[in-house]
Design a binder for this molecule. Sequence first.
Ligand code: COA
Length: 325
Amino acid sequence: MKTISQLIGCGSYLPQNVVTNDDLAKKVDTSDEWIIARTGIKQRHFASDDEYTSDLALKAAQRALEHAGVDGTEIDLIVVGTTTPDRTFPATAVRLQKHLGCRTGAAFDVQAVCSGFVYALAVVDSMIQSGQAKTALVVGAETISRLLNWKDRTTCVLFGDGAGAVVVKAVEVEEQTNGQAGIISTHIHSDGNLEELLYCDGGPSTTQTAGYLTMAGKEVFRHAVTNLAAVVNEALEANNLQDSDIDWLVPHQANKRIIDSTAKKLKMPMDKVILTVEDHANTSAASIPLALDHGVREGLIKRGDLLLMEAMGGGLTWGAALVRW
Ligand code: COA
């Protein structure tokens, strides 16, 4: 017998405050035309001042638990992918654990910036396979607006806040096959030599401030296109799958042009790609579970569909997950 990880429910949450490109153009030297042409983004949601990452995570987690039909007290592992924790410590995951009324198991954060959800899923899958957890919550949650430098128009127009969550359950099978519902494989990478391309210029050990997001956009774009193409091929080859086997690409939503490029390399028509970047902008670790939840609730993603998730972020970090929904 083998233990595999099944995704049994999903949920998401976006703060109420919607900010359009035109709204931004009132305080930043930019335009709706420029932002749409370069990124595909039309609007984003921003958390209010008294709304924290754990609040967004809680709402997404509650919706995922409801969708899965699981009570919060059954959860024995919580992993939150976030780069905008409520506090430097403790982890946002333990605050979420408290809000959910859980007292058992383990809760911790994973810091892989925009790849945070894929990293968190990889960690949870390993822990479930090795018998360390039975029912886990995997969350991507960010208030990335707190790190935006409003004097840097090349970055401040690109991001938004939000949270998404999935409930992952241990299931015993005779042997794992690609056709079974569950996580088929995860593939994560990083290259710390590329840190200077995308980083936050603050931190408890350096400036004792949260700092501002800083990015060399063109270079990040170039690495994203190359690394994402490589990691999706790696995921397919590892499982003897073809491009045509994928039902839905559920990509990190940073930039429509990057998503177009990955879809083209996979020979996937855009109607097989879950796209939320237009309405959510780049929500960092939250973007994949937000897109997944959108796809499921809109009735696009159906049980049995093969999903390919992929992301790249600061670090640089990147990764992919193949999941049979
Ligand atoms: N509004 C209007 N003009 C802007 C602008 C804005 N918000 N930001 C930059 N510009 C201007 C620049 O000043 C420049 O003007 P110039 O030609 O007069 O010097 C021009 O637009 C082109 O800037 P450039 O930086 O070359 O644009 P680009 O085509 O590389 O697009 C990004 C910029 C950021 C959209 C693009 O590089 C990108 O998407 N990179 C990847 C970012 C990403 O997804 N990161 C997250 C990964 S997790």
